[in-house]
Write a protein that binds this ligand. Structure first.
Ligand SMILES: Cc1cc2nc3c(=O)[nH]c(=O)nc-3n(C[C@H](O)[C@H](O)[C@H](O)COP(=O)(O)O)c2cc1C
Length: 348
């Protein structure tokens, strides 16, 4: 697909249109508006980009890693994978051939991914599929509200699981009440253990904001279910009050009532985390296109014994990396801010 009228109709960042007459670098920078719409753990946006004539280099920003909740950078690397997928989708939509070379040394000095972008090339079926997801980038949001009980068509779940074909990631979906009940138990134990830990709460509260409008990263307290006046004290409350039991009961219910759960599983390692993040975002965009909403239950995955239990319940051949809740919702998810591009661009 070559740049044509199509992209003029596409959702561009407010007040901006694709710089058709701009330099290649300007066009690549424009694509980054969409890369940065990716989900990231606690909206830390742990990425940096360097733009050149050839394309974009994607770096991990280790200063944004969560030292207690994500000491190994597992969720940080998955977040970067999600941003790479959005970059692929936007590139395909605007008519670029996109070739990604990964560097898995884990060094913060080297790019995790070098994305070579070539304009005006005939697109493969794979690129056409990615391009078709473009409109979903700005519509996708994490939705932590309870979902409707309506069932998810099995065809949709099969299609989403099929996206893992040819990757190192295994996707297991579950709509079975009995199994989801056992998963809900593990989710609630993870919440109780971690949210009952003051160090853990201190780490995540640093990314929770009462006044979301004055922040370009982190999570508005409303996104975590704080309402009315409670919003004002949420960051403080999260730090000092043991909310383990409350959170556990809340998430257990959400998990029990979820029409579907989806787990992404893979071995541990830098390449696998990036691959899981890419697949995650592709799945989320497809689900968004189907009118479905998603949120995460990741605390049990951060506790080794609970992670193993989850893997056993799911019958997965590899450790669980992400656990998602999927369903339909009439409630609008709270939207999260993004840093301006100047903050994430490295000068060449
Ligand atoms: C790797 C990863 C892990 C996440 N874990 C959780 C989680 O455990 N609980 C949660 O509520 N949201 C989780 N999220 C969602 C982020 O909080 C969310 O993506 C971020 O706040 C940006 O909001 P948005 O997804 O609506 O754009 C996770 C996202 C990613 C990419």
């Amino acid at each position: 697909m070559k740049p044509g009228n199509d992209f003029i109709l596409a959702p561009a960042p407010p007040g901006e249109a694709f710089p058709l007459l701009g330099s290649l670098e300007e066009q690549f920078v424009f694509l980054l508006h969409f890369a940065t719409r990716a989900p990231s753990t606690h909206n830390t946006q742990p990425w940096k980009f360097r733009v050149s004539m050839d394309g974009v280099e994607v770096f991990a920003d280790y200063t944004r890693r969560m030292p207690v909740a994500d000491p190994g950078g597992r969720e940080m690397l998955m977040s970067i994978g999600a941003a790479v997928m959005n970059l692929r989708v936007a590139a395909a939509h605007f008519g670029y051939l996109c070739d990604v070379v990964y560097n898995h040394s884990g060094s913060s000095e080297e790019p995790l991914a070098s994305v070579r972008l070539t304009p005006g090339v005939v697109q493969s079926p794979e690129a056409l599929h990615l391009a078709s997801l473009f409109g979903c980038i700005t519509r996708r949001h994490t939705n932590r509200h309870p979902f409707l009980l309506s069932r998810i068509p099995s065809e949709v779940l099969e299609r989403v699981s099929g996206l893992a074909e040819g990757t190192e990631v295994i996707v297991v979906s579950s709509t079975e009440g009995n199994r989801n009940g056992r998963i809900a138990e593990v989710v609630s134990r993870g919440d109780e253990q971690l949210m009952g830990d003051a160090n853990y709460r201190r780490n995540i509260s640093a990314w929770l904001h009462a006044h979301a409008s004055s922040h370009v990263d982190g999570l508005p307290a409303q996104a975590f279910g704080f309402d009315g006046k409670l919003v004002m004290i949420a960051p403080w409350a999260g730090r000092v009050i043991d909310i383990g039991k409350i959170r556990a009961a809340h998430d257990k219910n959400l998990c029990l009532e979820a029409p579907g759960l989806i787990a992404l599983c893979s071995d541990d390692g830098v390449p696998q985390y990036v691959a899981v993040g890419e697949l995650l975002e592709r799945m989320l965009l497809v689900l968004t296109g189907e009118g479905l909403h998603t949120s995460y239950f990741n605390l049990p995955i951060q506790v080794p014994a609970l992670r193993m239990q989850l893997q056993q319940i799911l019958g997965a051949a590899a450790p669980v990396q992400l656990l998602l809740r999927v369903g339909y919702s009439l409630s609008e998810p709270v939207q999260t801010a993004r840093r301006p591009l100047e903050d994430v661009l490295l000068r060449a």
